[in-house]
Design a protein around this ligand. Sequence first.
Ligand SMILES: [Zn+2]
Length: 221
Amino acid sequence: MIHSRRTSYRIGRARLNSQFPRLLPGAVRRLPVDDGIAVTIDDGPTETGTLGIVRHCAVLGLKATFFFSGSQVKRFPETMQEVAAAGHDIASHGWRHVSPLRLRGPEFLRDLTSSINVIEEVSGRRPRCYRPPYGRIHPVHLRRAAALGCTVVLWSLMPGDWYPDESVADVRRRLECLRGGDIVVLHERPGQQNRMLDVLSSIAELCDRRGLSFHTLESVT
Ligand SMILES: [Zn+2]
């Protein structure tokens, strides 16, 4: 396939996170299996967007992993319960969506522990996966998360769904490089729900064409 210079750059960028595994040994970037992919959705729950995504996932037969911020779970606890009841995984995205690189040890522990606790209180299940906001984390914090029983999960494919000036066609083009074992990261953004639903449909269509199933993170990591 021939890409324009602009598209090639952005496809490279979509894969950027998976190219430096030595920087954070112990962080998961790909699934240990290649018969399917994991769809991960960050930054919820939101007031109306999350349940729209869950309904669309049901139509597509897609199970995802939602990385929720603890402060949002506190605002919308019933939403999180509905996500869990629909069979999706719930994971932690910290409490207040601040880069862990800006947090000292005790602050990081407080942020992560509070998010784990609120998820456990509301869902009855302790989350086992944690994604640092912006995908940034110091190796020392990574070991702290592991000590709390959390695997740090990044991603292997970031199609750029949240760029406000990007068309769905651009996002779809980036998704063309999807392959078995990928962990795809998407983002809930107020006002961009239709785009998210389109992107999920594109992923489901690609997986169907390529014979790939959907895995939640806890089912394979
Ligand atoms: Zn985030």
